[in-house]
Structures are given as structure tokens and as C-alpha cells.
Design a binder for this molecule. Structure first.
Ligand code: ZN
Length: 173
């Protein structure tokens, strides 16, 4: 049984003393099962709307940083470092804003999942390519119409190295 959960901040919150960017905090407000929570997540069905104030000690200098978690109908709709901002957000938030928030999150996630799929396919092609003989590899490199290795064909040459090739692909996707 865990003692807390993790909360991923949508935007880093800067420590006012040392400037360190806090990206993740621990919180005991939710299930306490070492789960990861982020913007848009449903927290606890008994929570209607609330603002939780966390006093997080900076990972770098131990300065206490106030972080406000804004909950609307049990859903995390914001995490900010300013109480007034938090109260304002919750007071003015409505169902349309929730739909807007979810559209943005879905759009972001579909972009991430597209990149992830491209990466997996590239890795599969790289592995398949690296298992071929030198002669077969040369044949593929010289074949402009080869579609079997379409995701990696711009990155493979005679001095093929799986790590450097993969690094180039990751930087491109
Ligand atoms: Zn600090």
C-alpha cells in the first residue's frame, strides 16, 4: 500500500528562491496508491469541486512552494502556484471549458500516439534491416523504390549503425 500519488504539472512551477522548475510533486490528496495523476484525470468520485493547497518543498533548495490543485466535479482542471488564480479558474469554470480542456488533451495525446507508432515501426524496420546480410543491405540502400523500409530508408547507408540511425530518426519524428 502506497502513501501518496504523483502529480504531473501541466506547466513547470518555478521555485521563487532558486528558480528550479518543479515538474512533478507527490500528493496525499487522492488514492495514495503511487498512481500518476495529470490534468484532465478523474481523482475521486466523492470530490465535487475544491482547491487543494500543497506545500511542496523545492527539490533543489527546500524552499516551500505553494501549489494549488483545482478540482472541478472530481476532475483536475488546473495546477497553479497562485491562490487567486486558482479561485478565479474554479469560479469561472463550466462544462464548456471542460469540453475545451478535453479537446486539447485528446489532440495532444493523439499527436503523441502518432509519434509513438512511427517510432515503433521505425525500430521494427531497423531491427529487420540490421539482420540482413551486407549484400542484401546494399541492395536495399540502392533500391529507390523499396517500400519495406520506407521509414528508415533516408537514414541508412553503408556505414549503418543502429544507435546513430535511431537517434536521427527520433530527432526527425
Ligand atoms: Zn528552490
Amino acid at each position: 500500500m502506497g502513501m501518496y500519488d504523483y502529480l504531473i504539472l501541466p506547466e513547470p512551477i518555478k521555485c521563487k528562491k532558486c528558480g528550479y522548475e518543479i515538474k512533478l510533486i507527490q500528493t496525499k490528496r487522492f488514492a495514495r496508491l503511487l498512481k500518476e495523476y495529470e490534468l484532465g484525470d478523474l481523482t475521486n468520485k466523492y470530490i465535487i469541486s475544491a482547491i487543494f493547497e500543497e506545500h511542496w518543498s523545492c527539490d533543489e533548495c527546500d524552499e516551500i512552494v505553494n501549489i494549488y490543485i483545482i478540482i472541478y466535479k472530481g476532475i483536475i482542471i488546473g495546477i497553479v502556484d497562485n491562490k487567486e488564480k486558482a479561485v478565479n479558474l474554479l469560479d469561472n469554470f463550466n462544462i464548456n471549458d471542460l469540453i475545451e480542456l478535453y479537446y486539447q488533451l485528446i489532440f495532444k495525446k493523439s499527436k503523441i500516439s502518432y509519434r509513438f507508432n512511427q517510432l515503433i515501426k521505425s525500430i521494427e524496420q531497423l531491427i529487420r534491416f540490421s539482420k540482413l546480410s551486407n549484400a542484401e543491405q546494399t541492395k536495399i540502400i540502392n533500391d529507390k523504390n523499396n517500400y519495406e523500409f520506407y521509414l528508415i530508408k533516408n537514414y541508412i547507408d553503408k556505414k549503418f549503425n543502429i544507435i546513430t540511425t535511431l537517434t536521427k530518426i527520433i530527432n526527425q519524428i
